[in-house]
Write a protein that binds this ligand. Structure first.
Ligand code: ZN
Length: 392
């Protein structure tokens, strides 16, 4: 792991030298003569924390544009699942690698994955230099599914990077996995010290079917099974009542808000006001490229903010807050000691080109990055103290 000196970089309103050693920020105000194995001249660039994507299905990049503009249930049953049944290991690898390239080039250093062919997602994280939480996916009736018992028997869950990769147990949802199996998944996860990753309360149909079949709404059902806790990541949580939001806050479960996927599938508006009032832990995800069509978490920040404001109040979800969800909160949810440019923190960061037309003028760096930037503004991405993307 090389030491890196980033010279003349714009941070907190002035130019500084930032020193990275052993994968962590060593100094945010290093002397000009500081010694490092690699020196980067970052004149005209700003440093920002990198982004953490808390809900992905990376091989689904192969389904980008395959089936658009229809409800979730028809999209899954008639298009996605039949396509997936024909996917091979090579497809999983191609899709994951494509996804990793797209994520890195748009400033993301971590993805929370739920899919099949897990060794291919692990490979994509290893090769790209990203961090990842790889889901051991359970999806009833699916050709490639695992089961709680199979996961329980796995003894070879190793992180080949020595710290960047962890595993989760990922029962797909309450509409594809029976309650007893979800409960077993949670028990296996906790026995093995793994987090749990599940879709929850994405659409009105999911809620109606859950009430019909189990007499409870999805969050209530998961809570009755003892699943909810600070080690659980729930994707979506769009169709939730105030009572369910209170349960999520009480259990300190992590919510992965995926605004682009929710809007494109017409799933509904994320109940931002209720979540904030209750004190929920909120992070940001893109979902797969088949529903959100890209894996650009920076873009998801903008859509999340606009979606919140679409209720008719421009004060809702300011740029700084949604930026915090995509950075510090995302890292914290997975126990990654990063997400902030601070001495001692893991060195995950971006160098942003202040000369890019989308960044000018720069009255407010975070505002520009959330509302105006695109991937062309990102010049370099550093993860775990290594440069994993560089256009400087
Ligand atoms: Zn999803």
């Amino acid at each position: 792991m090389k030491s890196i000196l980033i010279k003349n970089v714009f941070f907190e309103n002035r130019k500084r030298n930032i020193l990275i050693e052993k994968g962590r920020f060593k100094s945010l105000d290093a002397a000009d003569g500081a010694v490092a194995r690699l020196v980067i001249d970052a004149t005209g660039k700003a440093i920002l924390p990198a982004l953490y994507n808390t809900h992905t299905h990376t091989p689904m990049t192969l389904l980008r544009g395959y089936a658009d503009d229809m409800p979730l249930e028809r999209w899954l049953t008639n298009y996605v699942w039949p396509y997936e049944n024909n996917m091979t290991d090579d497809d999983f690898g191609r899709g994951s690698n494509l996804a990793a390239k797209e994520m890195v080039s748009s400033g993301t250093v971590f993805f929370n994955e739920m899919y099949f062919g897990i060794h291919k997602s692990v490979d994509a994280a290893v090769v790209s230099g990203m961090r990842a939480a790889i889901g051991l996916s359970v999806l009833g009736g699916h050709k490639h599914t695992l089961s709680a018992d199979m996961i329980d028997a796995m003894e070879d869950l190793k992180d080949p990077t020595g710290g960047r990769i962890c595993f989760t147990v990922a029962p797909h949802s309450v509409y594809t996995v029976p309650p007893e199996e979800i409960k077993k998944c949670a028990q296996v996860a906790r026995r093995k010290g793994l987090r749990i990753h599940i879709h929850c309360a994405e659409t009105k149909t999911e809620v109606a079917n859950c009430v019909r079949d189990y007499g409870m709404r999805p969050v209530e059902l998961l809570d009755s099974l003892g699943v909810l806790g600070p080690d659980v990541i729930l994707a979506h949580c769009v169709q939730v009542t105030e009572k369910e939001v209170d349960i999520l806050a009480e259990r300190q479960a992590v919510i992965s808000h995926c605004p682009c996927s929710n809007m494109k599938l017409g799933s509904g508006r994320f109940p931002y006001e209720l979540m904030i009032k209750a004190g929920c832990r909120i992070t940001l995800g893109t979902d797969g490229a088949s529903s959100g069509n890209n894996l650009d978490l920076r873009e998801a920040m903008k859509f999340a903010a606009l979606l919140a404001k679409s209720a008719g109040d421009p004060v809702l979800l300011p740029a700084e807050q949604v930026f915090d969800w995509a950075t510090r909160a995302g890292a914290e949810a997975f126990g990654i000691d990063a997400g902030e440019i601070r001495v001692g923190k893991l060195a995950d960061c971006l160098l942003v080109d202040l000369g890019n037309v989308r960044m000018q003028p720069c009255h407010n760096l975070i505002s520009n990055f959330v509302y105006s930037a695109d991937s062309s503004c990102i010049d370099a991405v550093i993860c775990d103290g290594n440069i994993i993307y560089n256009r400087i």
